[in-house]
Each structure stands twice: as structure tokens, then as C-alpha cells.
Design a protein. Sequence first.
Length: 433
Amino acid sequence: MKKTVFGIIALLVLLGAAAGYFFLTDGEKPLVTLLPDSPKVSPKREYIVEAADSGSGIRAISVMVVQGDKRITVLDKTFSPSPPQAGEAFTLEGAGLKDGPFEMVITATDNSIHEFGGGNVTEVHKTLTLDSIPPVVGILSQAHNVRQGGVGCIAYSVSEDTESTGIVVGDLFAPGFKLPNGHYACLFPFPVTMEPADFKPRLKAVDMAGNERIVDFRHQAVARKFKADTMNVSDSFLQSKMPQFFEFYPGMNDLLQLYVTVNNDLRRENAKTLRELAAKTAPELLWDKKSFLRLPNAAPMAGFGDRRTYVYQGREIDKQTHMGVDLASLENAQVPAAAGGKVAYAGFFGIYGQAVVLDHGLGLQTIYSHLSQIAVKEGDQVKRGDILGNTGATGLAGGDHLHFGVMVHGIEVSPIEWWDQHWIDDNVADRFK
């Protein structure tokens, strides 16, 4: 029994000695980062200082600003217990600094007993410039008449370089792009699901310091009426279409349940992917501002914005909005590119089946869906009229046709405007002069 007690005591002594040795010999200083890390700063911008120490952890973080004889502590935080990583937010709003240069001193201390208990200290000095003045914005384009489900385009100027700029429409932000002439242009959608009374686009510009300017501009929201349609879902349709979606939802054997899931969940996933593709758009216009090509000799089967009610054996099972135009000509007809651009996606794309997405720059993209064959690959540069593939009935198509869609920043909009050269000249092309 005594040997056991002595053994436990000896083990505890050894563990204590090992811990003491570790803390005494821990000579690594904490790593410190400041986000955002910009030479210009705004009083209202939120900053985050992060510190990391995988050894003894972070004991304290402080931030002090110095301007002339003024020394103000804007952050002083102690942690107990000491985490391996710590982050704290702060602003300079209450520091009372004047516009101009100042020094920021960031200090992080770990929890070691190195330096006789003081711990290892990292001190970061940054020479920054306070800028509290928002950018000046000028609206250069005149009329902004935007139809529900359609597109607006604005030309404007900003007095200084921007961190971000564009149009805010509800929860959507449509980024603007700087043109070679130094001005900006921004394509922005009027979502088909948004009521005209709620369409209130505003222009936003944030300078490199984080100062924000938001301005209203003259615009007209034009309401539209959309067709209501009933889609009958038959057992033969389910049997022919649903097997291509088994891999997306393994174990879901009820074809009707699978159809409703695909028509909702996979549709939302596809819409998310379109927004992700839009975020990678080219920062310059890849399109020559000519009207978009249509599928030759094609008759329209379904329109953009059609409100569809899906019925199975006489009962309603779903509701959706059709977000493109369905065009049908001959089976396996060749599908031309509507405009010049770069292939952003080529392959199976959920409800759209085999599909191609073209990027035309500045957030403008087109989609060609339900194809039987694809003749291009991601990254290919194509010209107006180049063949992308052949029509088909893949995805949720009930028969051979082309679902043609236009997207602005990932939001599907009416293709009809883009087939009209007069509309393009008056609402888009003149913004680039």
C-alpha cells in the first residue's frame, strides 16, 4: 500500500516538474493577425484582432492607438482559462482620433511563466491613416425603367478606389465593375418573385478605409402579369425521369416523393450553384452588346415567370415558378451560343439535366438546359453562334426542347429583353459609352 502511495506521489511530482519545465521553457511568442489589414481605416469599421498560441494559450490581448500625445486603449481583454486561439472585435469610433496618420500597437501575451511569470509577449506596430469621409458617388445614366423579372443597368462614378460597390436590392447585392474609362457599370435584377412596391434598388460604395455611401437613384418599377399553368405529373413521367436522380437521394424509392424532393431541394441547390458561378464572372464584358441569338426555327413552349401548379392524380403536389423560356424545334437540334463568352459549367446539372452555362462578364450569364449532347467543356471561349450541343430531354424535361435562361449575378431573369436590340441599346449598351 505504501509503495502505491509513494508511486502516485512520485508520478505527480514528475508531472508537475514536466509541466513546470514546459511553462518555463516555452519561449514561442503568440501569433497575431489583424483583419481587415488595410493602410486606411475608418472609425466605424469593425476590426478583429486574433492571437494564437498552441503551447500555453492566450492570456491577454490589448490594442492601443497613438496620435501625437494621445494614447488611447481601445481593447483590453484577459482570458481565463487561456484558449489556444482568441479573437476580439473593436472599432476606433470612441478613440477621438483625427483624420490622418496614427500608430496602432497590438499586444498579445501567452500564459507561460516565461520571463518570471510575465509570459511571452508579441507586440505589433502598424502605421495607419484614419479616413472618416465616405466616397462621393455620381449617377451618370438617366432612365432606369426595370420590368418585374427583368434587368436594370446603371453607370456611375466614385471619387476614390472602392473595396466594394454595386446595387443593393432587398437581400441581394449586385456588384458593379470599373470600366476602362474609370467609371463603373452595374447590371442588377428585379427578381420575378419580388413585388414592385418592394423593388427599391440603392447604390452602395465602400472605400478602401471602410467608409460607406448609400444613395437612392431615379428608377421606375414596371409590374408584369405572369401566366398560370398546370403541370400534370404522370406515373410514366416519374418512371422515365426519376432514375437519373437516384444517386442524389440514395434509398428514396418512392418516385413521387423523389420528384417533389428534386423539384424543391435540388432546385434550390441548383440556384445556389448559379450564384456561385456568378461570383466567378469575368470583370470585363465578354459580349459585344448584340442581341442574343435564339434557337433557330423554334417555337416557344413555356414562358419565363410562368406560375406552375403540379398535379398528380388530381391533387396538387407542388408549386414552382418557371425561370426560363422553353424552345422546341427538331429533335437533337444544334444549340448556338446566344452571345460570346466563356464556358463556366458543362455537365449534368440537376433539374436542368445536361447543361451549359456561359459567362458573358460583369455578372451576365446564360444557361442551355436539357441537352442530349454537350460539345464544349469548362473554360472554352466561344463566339456568338458557336454550337454548344444538341437539344434533348434530360433533367426534368417532359420532351425534347431547350430551356434557355439568362442570369444576372446568379438571379434568373427574363430572356425576352436580351433578344431585343432596341432594349439593349437603350438600357445597357449606352451605359458603356
